[in-house]
Each structure stands twice: as structure tokens, then as C-alpha cells.
Design a protein around this ligand. Structure first.
Ligand code: ZN
Length: 198
């Protein structure tokens, strides 16, 4: 098992659709183990395989929830449906999201409050869950990663402009940038809350 570097916005694998997993084999289980270890080292609440440079449809989560779902898990080849986000502007205090692949930045975004996810666990057993609130947000964020979208792609115009500037300011938006959890400083600080680190 090992912690893997997390790639940053601009790395092509983050911006294209990930491929379905075809074999539930030792290689997949090793990837999943590494993803859990990397997510923990990054103090993340979710991690998608493209974030460690692997273009496969897999994501992990680590989040207490009110939905009766184990707080830690993995889903392979997921399918997700979500309720529509509420209308209106996102609350810049209450609806702020962050991403380990846009480290240290955060912007507000509306998301649907309920999601249903189906897929498989790392052993190929069917998995089905319903998520609400922040847990639903986490699911939608990770699922977006598998379709080649970052949350910054979904922002309202005003916030998207700010996000673009932030990416530019950091020199990202081009291939070749990554950071190493547990080695590089924690981009969201050790006391970061649930809204960061997806
Ligand atoms: Zn993310």
C-alpha cells in the first residue's frame, strides 16, 4: 500500500471521462487500498481514481452521514441520480465546496440535496445507497470526477471567473502539477471541515 500523489487541475486525466473497470482483480484492490490511504493522508472526505492519475470509474468516501451508510466505502462503475439543485445563488458560507485537485481553494456551488448511487464494491458485489445533504454533495462531486468535471466547471459565472483566476494564479491549468499528501503541507489546513477536500 502507498500514498499516491494527487494530480491538479490541468492534468488531462481529470478532464476526460474515466473508463469502466472490467476486472475486479488484485490490481483493482491495490488501487482501492492506495486510494483509501491517499484520501486519509490528504484528510479528504472523498477521492476519485482520476485524482491519483488513474482514468477508471472508482471513487472512495470517508464521511459520517445520516443516511445509514457506512462512513467509509468505495464504489466501482457507479451510476448516480440526483435531485435538482435549489434555484437561486449559492450561499457563500453554507454551500462552499473544495477539491483536493484544486488544493486550498473553495467556492460556493448549489447541489441537489438527495442522490441515489448504484454500482459495485471492490469485490464486485452490488452496492446501492441513498445520500442526503453533505453526503449527497460528496457523491455528486466524486461522480463528476469520473465524467471529467471538476466542481469549478459547474460554478455560476461570477464564481467561475474567480476560480479561473485562482487556477491561473497558482500556475495550474496545464499538465504536470501534483501534490503529495503527508509530505506537502495540507492545502486545506488540518482543521478543515467537510466542505473541503473532496
Ligand atoms: Zn474533487
Amino acid at each position: 500500500m502507498s500514498v499516491r500523489p494527487i494530480v491538479i487541475a490541468g492534468e488531462p486525466v481529470l478532464h476526460r471521462r474515466a473508463q469502466p473497470v472490467e476486472l475486479f482483480d488484485d490490481e483493482l484492490r491495490a488501487l482501492v487500498e492506495d486510494m483509501f490511504e491517499t484520501m486519509d493522508a490528504a484528510h479528504g472526505v472523498g477521492l476519485a481514481a482520476p485524482q491519483v492519475g488513474v482514468g477508471l470509474r472508482v471513487f472512495t468516501w470517508q464521511m459520517e452521514n445520516d443516511d445509514g451508510v457506512p462512513p467509509r466505502g468505495v464504489v466501482v462503475n457507479p451510476w448516480l441520480s440526483a435531485s435538482r439543485p435549489p434555484q437561486g445563488d449559492p450561499d457563500p458560507d453554507e454551500e462552499v465546496e473544495g477539491c483536493l485537485s484544486v488544493p486550498g481553494e473553495s467556492f460556493p456551488l448549489r447541489r441537489g440535496d438527495r442522490t441515489r448511487v448504484t454500482g459495485w464494491d471492490a469485490d464486485g458485489k452490488p452496492l446501492e445507497l441513498e445520500a442526503t445533504g453533505w453526503f449527497a454533495r460528496c457523491m455528486q462531486h466524486e461522480y463528476d470526477h469520473l465524467n471529467g468535471f471538476l466542481y469549478t466547471d459547474r460554478l455560476d459565472d461570477r464564481w467561475r471567473k474567480k476560480a479561473r483566476k485562482a487556477v491561473k494564479r497558482n500556475g495550474w491549468g496545464v499538465p504536470g502539477h501534483s501534490w503529495m499528501p503527508g509530505v506537502d503541507p495540507d492545502p486545506f489546513g488540518h482543521d478543515h471541515t467537510d466542505e473541503a477536500g473532496l
